[in-house]
Write a new protein. Structure first.
Length: 280
């Protein structure tokens, strides 16, 4: 095993661990506060759609030989850069997203949160995006079935199963493009990032950098950058996540830094001695 191959595998597992850990700070903070106030359900709700799509596309590219052959036909004999840690990360993200979303959707009944969050129901935009994405993937599936029925196809030019996989991947990219926006706007309205865990963002940005680094190393080792152009989902996710992570970091540490400190100080002064602090 060469040094770069070892480095790629190491980066892959490190970003897998960091990205996986990034799912825990928010639900743990919600549970400790026994409240989801200050945050919106759109983020975990859209994450369910995104990670379900991402998991399905990764499974197809990693396990399905037919899809892998179609990929190789379109990308000069190369193999997908999806690794086992990508599959496990997507599944883990899906499970944690369901758990976090449940804190909003059934927080008062299942989690026994005493405080009702008026933003505990998905927005019409989030629901519309979900319905539109599902209809879009279904349309691609129907087109592939109609175009390939009863004849031999050439994956290089014809519609095939790989296009359905790409459609699922593009759903994940679309979700990543918009899922951060509701929380960014909520922070702006509140003029504070209280209730939103910055740790998930710090873990996410380091993981994003390592994800891009791993994919770049893999493409260099193959002497072909189709590892990136042939798998735009993985490459795009890293860049998009980093962009939004930087915005959240600026909100937390620069724009609303003083407001966050004032909110914490006022909350602590109002609490009776010995009572646990909550960030409502």
């Amino acid at each position: 095993m060469s040094f770069l191959t070892f480095l790629s595998a190491t980066f892959g597992w490190i970003y897998f661990i960091l990205w996986s850990l990034s799912f825990y700070p928010q639900p743990l903070l919600n549970f400790r506060r026994r409240s989801t106030t200050g945050t919106t359900v759109d983020f975990p709700f859209l994450n369910i759609l995104g990670f379900a799509s991402y998991f399905a596309s990764n499974v197809a590219l990693y396990y399905f030989e037919g899809v892998r052959r179609q990929y190789a036909a379109r990308n000069p004999g190369k193999t997908p850069t999806v690794r086992f840690n990508d599959v496990t990360f997507a599944l883990h993200g899906l499970v944690l997203s369901v758990i976090t979303a449940s804190q909003y959707l059934v927080g008062t009944s299942l989690w026994r949160f005493p405080t009702y969050n008026p933003r505990s129901r998905p927005s019409r935009f989030a629901v519309g995006l979900t319905v539109g994405a599902l209809l879009g993937v279904a349309a691609v599936y129907i087109i592939v079935g109609a175009r390939s029925a009863g004849r031999t196809i050439d994956p290089r030019v014809d519609w095939c199963d790989l296009d359905v996989v790409y459609a699922l991947g593009y759903v994940k990219i679309a979700v990543t493009l918009v899922k951060y926006t509701p929380q960014l706007l909520a922070n702006i309205r509140n003029k504070s990032t209280e209730g939103w865990s910055i740790w998930q963002i710090l873990l996410d940005i380091v993981g994003g950098l390592l994800s891009i680094a791993q994919q770049s190393i893999d493409s260099y080792l193959q002497h072909n950058w189709s590892g990136i152009t042939g798998n735009p989902v993985k490459f795009g996710l890293g860049q998009i996540s980093i962009f939004f992570d930087v915005l959240f970091i600026l909100q937390h540490y620069v724009i609303y830094r003083k407001k966050n400190k004032v909110d914490r100080d006022e909350t602590e002064r109002l609490l009776p001695p010995g009572e646990e602090r909550r960030l409502d």
